[in-house]
Design a protein around this ligand. Structure first.
Ligand SMILES: [Fe+2]
Length: 157
C-alpha cells in the first residue's frame, strides 16, 4: 500500500489563502505608497496627481478589507501587519524622495504587478472551483489594469 504524505502546497484551500494573502500584502503596501506620493508630490501637476494618488489609496484601502474578509470567509487568519506584508509581497516600499515622473512610473509598475498577482489568484481560485474568490480577483485585476493605463498615459507625449 502506498503511503500518501500530505503535501500542504497541494491543499486547495491553502493555495487560495496563500495567493489571497499575497494580494492583500501587495495591496496594503501600495496603499501606503500611494498615500506617501499623495503627500510628497511636487511640480506643476501637483493638483491632479495629488488627487489621483488619493483616489488610488482610498480604492486600495477598501480592497484590503475585501481581500482580508474573503480570507476570513474561508476560515483562515487574515494577516494584518506590515512586517508580514513585506515578507509576502513582491512589491517594495518607496523610500527617499522621488520626482513626479518617478512616482508615476513606480505606481504604474505596482499596478501592473497587482494585476498580475490578482490574475494568478483568479486562476488558482478557478482551478479549485472557488468562484467567489475568482470574481473578486477578476474585479480587482480589472481595476488595476485601468489604473495602470491611466498612469502609463501620463508618461506618454
Ligand atoms: Fe490628503
Amino acid at each position: 500500500m502506498v503511503q500518501v504524505v500530505a503535501n500542504i502546497s497541494s491543499n486547495p484551500q491553502h493555495e487560495i489563502i496563500e495567493s489571497l494573502t499575497r494580494s492583500l500584502a501587495e495591496t496594503s503596501i501600495v496603499t501606503m505608497k500611494a498615500q506617501n506620493f499623495h503627500w510628497n508630490i511636487t511640480g506643476m501637476t501637483f493638483g491632479p496627481l495629488h488627487a489621483l494618488f488619493q483616489e488610488i489609496y482610498e480604492d486600495h484601502f477598501e480592497a484590503q478589507d475585501k481581500l482580508a474578509e474573503r480570507i476570513k470567509a474561508l476560515d483562515a487568519h487574515a494577516e494584518g501587519s506590515y512586517s508580514e506584508y513585506l515578507k509576502r509581497s513582491r512589491i517594495e516600499e518607496s523610500e527617499g524622495h522621488l520626482s513626479d515622473k518617478e512616482m508615476i512610473g513606480a505606481m504604474r509598475t505596482d499596478q501592473e504587478q497587482l494585476s498580475h498577482s490578482l490574475r494568478v489568484l483568479a486562476t488558482i481560485a478557478d482551478k479549485h472551483g472557488d468562484m467567489v474568490t475568482n470574481d473578486l480577483a477578476i474585479q480587482r485585476a480589472d481595476h488595476h489594469d485601468k489604473l495602470a493605463w491611466i498612469l502609463r498615459a501620463h508618461l506618454k507625449g
